[in-house]
Ligand binder design. Sequence first.
Ligand code: AKB
Length: 318
Amino acid sequence: MKNVLVIGATGQIGSELTIELRKRYPEGKIVAGYIKGAEPKGILLESGPSELADVTDGKQLHDIVDKYNIDTIYNLAALLSAVAEEKPLLAWHIQMDGLINILEIAREKKCSVFTPSSIGAFGPNTPKDKTPQDTIQRPKTMYGVTKVATELLSDYYFNRFGVDTRSVRFPGIISNVTLPGGGTTDYAVEIYYSAVKGEEFACPIAAGTFMDMIYMPDALHAAISIMEADPSKFIHRNSFNVASLSFDPEMIYASIKKEIPDFKMHYEVDPLRQSIAESWPNSLDDTCARTEWGWQPNFSLDQMTKDMIMALRKKFGK
Ligand code: AKB
């Protein structure tokens, strides 16, 4: 991995992954691909090249791959679960038409491709606890439908054309740099912002609803290490369960209260997000990722809470 195109570089994952890749591969070209209206700024703009890279425009992507001699593509363009329910056709267009553009370019130019899947690739009849790597995948959301199709299409391009496709099923990602937008797990980010700003948090997910979550440094570690892994040990490719944290709103609230004792939360459950959350697993079994490429997360819930609060206090001067 030397010359990398990150599509969706100004989004929640992309804004941190691009910087991390630039630190890791200083000799390479790490191109921040963005769409109109989401131009890179600050360190993201200043630390390396950036290009307009609309995933639905195959020619534009092809030209970037040629210009920078790209060998690896991180395909992070997606509408998250709740917003994809409001705009299902757009979600399909971005996630599926975008993916096939990338896979065709990768086939021609021999690029490796990372396209994340999600806990959203599972549905209500999937085993809920310690969800196995290989199990029932019948999601009820458009987001989930596109994630299952992404896994299948990526495996198809590997098996049929030898394209080096790899992926992980991300839990909800918690970060302090760029806010996620329109996901079901977003509450677990927003709660920290409320706590640090001294606001009472209105939680859209009901007490007792468990979902897998991961802190951004662990998510970046997963996205980079799977692409660096020796593929000779892979039994799976698209896509690996990765687990780190599993909690419900009461547990993250209690963790924050240890740091900010007067923080308050009440429930204003959002029916759409709640129904999506209830259709997802409580916790994934990530044994295959651990044995096939050495996956191991680092952050516990309390360690993440301390780090999030410290970073957000600095960000908001609190
Ligand atoms: C979402 O909530 O839609 C995402 C996800 C779990 O893939 N964060």
